[in-house]
Design a protein around this ligand. Structure first.
Ligand SMILES: Cc1cc2nc3c(=O)[nH]c(=O)nc-3n(C[C@H](O)[C@H](O)[C@H](O)COP(=O)(O)OP(=O)(O)OC[C@H]3O[C@@H](n4cnc5c(N)ncnc54)[C@H](O)[C@@H]3O)c2cc1C
Length: 448
């Protein structure tokens, strides 16, 4: 039984069904997916996913998981207008070597991605998708180690061998556990202190995968310009939540467009593109970890944002949700016994996803410090700054590849930040920059 039919829940249903498991997928939103891809933007109500029409990028890890678990989904994405983007295409000089083949992202608007994933799930005979059914609680046996036996829903009680919580960052699993007499997970929340403003553009002639994205670190905000599918492009300012003056200005379309056009190289990128819709705001963004207690009911399996949620400015949640789904279905192949599976998933999450939570908290701290005019002091976990890593990556091809692999979640945070060779290269490059030694270095495209 999977509660929540967004990226995380859909991926689990799809991967599990293809691995031979029967799945019931319960999604609170009742609206059916439109029949055609060109209807998804305006014609699909997704009240349960407030970020549905925000900017969306998927890190290369997400694509590589789809390539191994569901390559047909990548084909369908391409047919629906998504672009494959080779992240090293602009640097043919460094196009050989280990770790470069999977540096490819797919780019499309989030509704397009979810529409393709949903269609793949609906075509699986082992999945029963029930729209408009909200989970309201857990059915749990009493005893020393409680065990989940199903869920309470708006259409009655439904029994299940295993229950996956894929209801997202606002999951009510702690409340469900408490009400059923079980120990809730411990929740750790770190406010990002950041907000989003996105304006969409559309260009009749279309944007393609070869139109590069642009990320500009401004002194007071970060700008991300991202061309996606079917002629759509998003421009987003990530800004400090406390800066009320800036927030008031970015809310207005004219002032937003004025600020956007004032950033060098932006006007060329949005030439002939028509602003579409209003500026969309997104706030209340937190990094959040729900760590299960050892007394979480056996057979309860929290995944994706319901387990580990990271600041979306780094575009990690979708790929991590796919990785979580992949891992859970891999664990199911080994042992379906509920207590063992809950313990194994808890251990996998702690080892593989918690580091991304900590990493995102540290990245946010650096961004917030920069916006405040400060620079965080180096620490054991952060021997150099992210800004120095990006600067070094522009002139050091090997570091560029290492940085892209980390940024795309293909290598762990520790493999990047704690690699002595990387630490030396970034530090040497920072010293070289201050003494002017590297003036002759070739400039590379900045990474995403
Ligand atoms: C502003 C913003 C921008 C983002 N941008 C990106 C990005 O660019 N790239 C990226 O990779 N990630 C991004 N993310 C994160 C990404 O959206 C999530 O990580 C991803 O959707 C996985 O989430 P999920 O499936 O766990 O839950 P969600 O996507 O939150 O979906 C939860 C689902 O559960 C359903 N549901 C909720 N409660 C119940 C219930 N009780 N019963 C039944 N169903 C229920 C909801 O209707 C919904 O369908 C962004 C997030 C935000 C907030």
């Amino acid at each position: 039984m999977v509660a929540g039919g967004s990226i995380g829940g859909l991926a689990i249903a799809l991967f599990a069904a293809r691995a031979g498991h029967d799945v019931v997928l319960l999604e609170a939103d009742g609206h059916a997916a439109p029949a055609r891809v060109d209807e998804v933007w305006h014609g699909w109500k997704r009240r349960g996913v407030p970020q549905f029409r925000q900017l969306h990028g998927t890190q290369a890890l997400g694509r590589s998981i789809l390539a191994s678990r569901a390559p047909d989904v990548l084909d369908r994405l391409r047919s629906a207008g998504a672009h494959d983007v080779d992240l090293l295409a602009s640097q043919p000089g460094i196009r050989c070597g280990a770790g470069m083949d999977d540096l490819v992202q797919f780019r499309c608007r989030r509704p397009v991605f979810e529409w393709v994933l949903r269609a793949a799930v609906e075509a699986e005979s082992r999945v029963g998708l029930r729209r408009g059914v909200e989970v309201t609680g857990l059915l749990v046996t009493a005893g020393r180690r409680p065990r989940v036996t199903g869920v309470a829903t708006t259409v009655g009680e439904l029994s299940a061998d295993l229950v996956v919580d894929a209801t997202g960052r606002r999951s009510r699993v702690a409340e469900w556990c408490l009400r059923s007499g079980a120990a809730p997970p411990t929740t750790r929340t770190v406010d990002t202190r950041q907000v989003y403003f996105t304006q969409w553009f559309h260009r009749e002639t279309g944007f393609t995968g070869s139109d590069p994205m642009l990320r500009v670190e401004l002194p007071f905000a970060t700008l991300l310009v991202l061309p996606v599918d079917a002629g759509w492009l998003s421009a987003t300012f990530f800004a400090p939540a406390h800066d009320r003056g800036l927030r008031a200005r970015l809310h207005g379309t004219d002032e937003f467009l004025g600020a956007l056009r004032a950033v060098p190289s932006v006007p060329d990128r949005i030439e002939d593109a028509r602003p579409t819709g209003r500026v969309q705001f997104m706030g209340n963004l937190a990094n959040q970890l729900r760590r299960p207690s050892s007394r979480l009911p056996a057979g309860l399996l929290p995944v994706a944002d319901a387990a580990v949620c990271t600041n979306p400015t780094w575009g990690r949640g979708g790929a991590l949700a796919l990785a979580h789904a992949d891992a859970l279905v891999g664990l199911l192949d080994v042992d379906e016994e509920p207590a063992s599976l809950t313990a194994a998933l808890t251990a996998w999450t702690a080892e593989n996803l918690e580091p991304w939570f900590r990493d995102t908290v540290l990245l946010d701290a650096e961004t917030n410090a920069r916006w405040a005019g400060d620079r965080p002091a180096p620490s054991a976990e952060r021997p150099f700054s992210h800004a120095d890593a990006v600067r070094t990556a522009r002139t050091d091809p090997d570091l560029h590849v290492a940085y892209l692999r980390y940024r795309n979640l293909l290598d762990t945070p520790a493999a990047f930040w704690s690699n002595p060779e990387i630490v030396d290269r970034v530090r040497a490059s920072a010293v070289g920059r201050t003494t002017g030694l590297r003036r002759d270095a070739q400039a590379c495209e900045p990474g995403p």
